[in-house]
Design a binder for this molecule. Sequence first.
Ligand SMILES: C[S@@+](CC[C@H](N)C(=O)[O-])C[C@H]1O[C@@H](n2cnc3c(N)ncnc32)[C@H](O)[C@@H]1O
Length: 259
Amino acid sequence: MSTTVAHNARVWNYWLGGKDHYPVDREVGNQVLEIFPGIGRVARADRAFLGRAVRYLAGEVGMRQFLDIGTGLPTADNTHEVAQRVAPDSRIVYIDNDPLVLVHARALLIGTVEGATDYINADARNPDKILLAAAKTLDFSQPIAIMMLGVLNFVLDTDEAVAIVDRLVGAVPAGSYLVLAHPTGELGGEENAESMKFWNENATPPITPRSRQEVTRFFRHLELLEPGIVSCSRWRPEPPDVDSLPAEVPQFGAVARKP
Ligand SMILES: C[S@@+](CC[C@H](N)C(=O)[O-])C[C@H]1O[C@@H](n2cnc3c(N)ncnc32)[C@H](O)[C@@H]1O
């Protein structure tokens, strides 16, 4: 595990106010903050979107299985905590390829007695490995919510990223869902795009923003739920934000159902 190069999982944790990062992560994290002071707001909006989407799926939809790819370091309100608070029998499989996330994975495995959690060290570019390993914990004959928040942006080739989503979506039954968050240079995110250029010259893994048109491709076999592909801060905001929409962040969020 490199402590001399900044890693995304650790810098994301730094921006979220966590404590699992090295000096090099803080240094690059601070330099990105100088270029794009709103990055902390993006990270918090993304986590809040995760919470709302999982609460909706576990609560209103009755989803009991979650496959969370690109988990990140354990933080407040991880997917299994949100889901099992609503439905203690929820089953969650986490996937990440960062060695430090693996070290901290134990925190993701303490779930309810009724439910189950698992952590698999795997690359999102290898959906077949993910599906095989996830099948130990998840029942693929029943609906599964596939969560890909802030991870497809590390698959630089859009055709490859679309093929990954297609493979995963193809493996789950009708009534399954895709929850997606993805950074963009749109929604007033010009500085975000600039900060990503800096990131790619100084940290790992390399990242790419995508346009709404590109992000729309991930949903080609799915039905988007209202309000569609929007700034993740504006996906079904909860009080106190419902009366006045929260500020946009340059990170798309969307939830879609497999028909
Ligand atoms: C920006 S964080 C997002 C974490 C969490 N999903 C969230 O929304 O807060 C991205 C995570 O994706 C992981 N990641 C990046 N590339 C990956 C890949 N090719 N396969 C699996 N995980 C990857 C990183 O290690 C990091 O933990």
